[in-house]
Design a protein around this ligand. Structure first.
Ligand code: CUA
Length: 201
């Protein structure tokens, strides 16, 4: 004899209509209270957490920002790496970095322990600023100048990875930030040398 085929029309066998056990009610209560705690943490963390960026954000015309960045690069250019200018602004300066398909422009050379105002924006589409191998991530959005007060704490030769899918060359979008120590010496340690500059091709 064929066994009965169960469908969604048949009532589920069980005892769901009986009152919940006391332990179950207690756990539902605990889970609900914890939900409220986590919900309260969202606004609380916004004001008390240490993760908020120190920056200011303002609207900007993408083309004007790009022109400003090119002028900045010309002003403080000290060298070149595969066609991209290496730019060394003085401490305290406004530093401009722009993301465009598919490169970060220009290459920055900063001094360890000195504060800069780093401006981030994009020319065309959204890009993701990810300073590798550190855990620093920002959305870079065209039309917004995102100013961050930054003080490089370690000398080194760092890479900027794009972590927002921006098109066919997204994976090649690798930028470079050089941080020199107090003596101003170029850093020999290049632990991320296997990553090539996307703009080099
Ligand atoms: Cu730029 Cu992905």
């Amino acid at each position: 004899m064929l066994s009965k085929v169960h469908t969604g029309l048949d009532p589920v066998p069980g005892i769901w209509w009986k009152p919940a056990h006391k332990a179950e009610r207690v756990w539902v209560g605990i889970a609900f209270a914890w939900c409220l705690v986590l919900f309260a943490m969202m606004p609380l963390w916004h004001f008390r957490g240490g993760q908020n960026p120190s920056g200011v954000r303002r609207r900007v015309d993408p083309k004007a920002y790009f022109a400003r960045t090119v002028a900045f690069a010309a002003q403080y250019k000290i060298g070149e790496d595969r066609g991209l200018p290496i730019v060394a602004p003085p401490p305290g300066a406004d530093v401009y970095l722009v993301g465009l398909t598919f490169q970060w422009y220009p290459i920055l050379q900063l001094q360890q322990g000195k504060e800069y105002m780093l401006h981030l924006s994009a020319l065309d589409v959204n890009h993701g600023f990810s300073l590798f191998p550190l855990s620093v991530n920002f959305q870079v959005v065209p039309g917004y100048d995102y100013g961050l007060r930054v003080t490089p704490t370690a000398a080194g030769d760092f890479r900027i990875i794009c972590n927002e899918f921006c098109g066919i060359g997204h994976h090649t979008m690798v930028g470079r930030v050089i941080v020199v120590d107090a003596a101003g010496k170029p850093v020999a340690d290049n632990s991320t040398a296997h990553l090539t500059n996307g703009a080099a091709k």
